[in-house]
Design a protein around this ligand. Structure first.
Ligand code: NAP
Ligand code: HSE
Length: 430
């Protein structure tokens, strides 16, 4: 890591301090998260510490329970407030624009920024962190990954603790909530998604949760934060959860594990490998016990081994609380400037792993024939499921580790030879 604390240069921003008058906030976005934040700030004792001076929205006519007291604007030119300018900007808009322009403008004006926007950070984190460093102004994004768990900032001043060489984690609350519901046999896919949306866990466009975009964005944020890696989200080997069915979750239980949506990365040897998508975990894996909207990240530290952080991954109230904690922390801080970071631009390779495979068809070959065909492509089966009366025409197996191209070739050959369909998920070893 190249982040080093250096003495603040002349003219660097003076942080707002805890004073008898409330800290002036400009709130960008008064939706699920911004609305929860406005409601939180309206109540004592936080109402004595913060005052939301303005809220940016698209639709001024929309009802906003809990945020009726806010001074709203839909005019981007007024979003960062008037004079005196706000002491902290809280960005809860989502997406790239206008968030990018507003955050950059705030930093250039010397206003500290707190954001929960992983899409923005994934795509433009280099530019934003560099701009904040140049201006000597803090940019905090604790709520962008594991929304309710403050852990990113833990590493700011701990050079040995942040010597991380990889991680794995469950970083999307919506899909972990859905898979947990489906695994418990309580709901199907569509109902589980609708419930996650009602609870405010899902993205404004929930397709980003289901198709894995949100998880890949968080992977990119973690890679930049812990490894100075700058990756394009489209360069990550990624998969969503839409192809997972109730039968797959039952088969995973039969194999002594579960299916979770996982992000993982490794740079122990210097080069970067990473993936994101559904994965089979045996019950002994610490992530296998992370259920519902809970998320978790296990960071591999060079000196102290695995560091495990877990807690609420999504939800308007927990996210609002983390955003406000970021803001409160800025108020009590001594000014610091950061030395420029050197970003390592990389296209992660897709690692070799074991695979959890489902094969479906009317006339499936015997397990031994499937094993023979797969072995011709360097894919070796290590377990096969027992025949199941409730899932005729379906079988599942676990493979030994092999490259993504090998499993893809083997399953393509199997589909063509046996006229069957296949689904695969990675195996995350404990
Ligand atoms: P949301 O409910 O859709 O709220 C977005 C807000 O931004 C709305 O008030 C919207 O105005 C406003 N907005 C969007 N585009 C705008 C534009 N072009 N001009 C003016 N206003 C605009 O989204 P959310 O769920 O609160 O998420 C906000 C951010 O928090 C996202 O980055 C999300 O990824 C992140 N986040 C969410 C959670 C969670 O649990 N929900 C957790 C962690 C992080 P209108 O209300 O008028 O449409
Ligand atoms: N939609 C996101 C999730 C919100 O479900 O994890 C938290 O980033």
């Amino acid at each position: 890591m190249t982040t080093v604390a250096v003495p603040v240069r002349a003219g660097a921003h003076a942080y707002p301090s805890a004073t008898p008058t409330p800290v002036r906030l400009a709130l960008l976005g008064v939706g699920q998260v911004g609305g929860a934040l406005a409601a939180l700030v309206a109540r004592p004792p936080l109402s004595h510490q913060f005052h939301v001076e303005s809220g940016l929205v698209r639709d001024l006519a929309r009802e906003r329970p809990g945020a009726e007291h806010l001074q709203l604007t839909a005019n981007l030119r007024h979003a960062l407030g008037g004079q005196p300018q706000p002491q902290i900007v809280i960005e809860a808009l989502g997406g790239i624009e206008p968030a990018l322009t507003l955050v950059l403008t705030a930093l250039e004006r010397g206003i500290p920024v707190v954001t929960a926007n992983k899409s923005l950070l994934a795509a433009h984190g280099d530019v934003l962190i560099d701009a904040a460093g140049r201006a000597g102004v803090p940019l905090r994004y604790e709520a962008a990954v594991l929304a309710g768990v403050p852990f990113l900032g833990t590493f700011a001043r701990r050079a040995l603790a942040r010597d991380i060489t990889g991680f794995c984690g469950i970083v999307n609350g919506t899909t972990n909530f859905m898979l947990s519901r489906m695994a418990a046999g309580r709901t199907g896919f569509a109902e589980a998604l609708a419930e996650a949306q009602r609870k405010g866990y899902a993205e404004p466009d929930p397709a980003n949760d289901v198709n894995g975009v949100d998880a890949v964005e968080k992977l990119a944020v973690l890679l930049r934060h812990f490894g100075d890696w700058s990756v394009r989200t489209q360069d990550v080997d990624a998969q969503g959860i839409a192809a997972i069915e109730g039968d797959d979750l039952a088969a995973a239980v039969e194999f002594g594990g579960t299916l979770k949506s996982i992000v993982a990365a490794d740079w122990r040897e210097g080069s970067l490998s990473a993936f994101s998508g559904p994965s089979f975990l045996s019950d002994s894996h610490p992530l296998a016990r992370v259920n519902g909207v809970q998320n978790a990240v296990s960071l591999r530290n060079r000196l102290s081994g695995d560091l495990f952080f877990a807690g609420a991954g999504a939800g308007p109230d927990v996210t609002a609380a983390t955003l406000l904690d970021d803001a409160a922390e800025m108020c009590g801080e001594t000014p610091r400037a950061e030395a420029p970071r050197t970003w390592k631009r990389a296209t992660p390779s897709a690692p070799a792993t074991g695979w959890f495979v489902r094969v479906s068809g009317d006339r499936l070959p015997a397990d031994t024939s499937i094993a023979d065909l797969c072995s011709a492509y360097g894919v070796w089966l290590r377990r096969t499921s027992e025949p199941r009366g409730d899932a005729p025409g379906r079988r599942w197996f676990l493979t030994h580790p092999c490259a993504p191209s090998q499993i893809a070739d083997a399953l393509r050959a199997l589909e063509s030879a046996a006229g069957c369909d296949t689904f695969r998920a990675r195996i995350l070893e404990a």
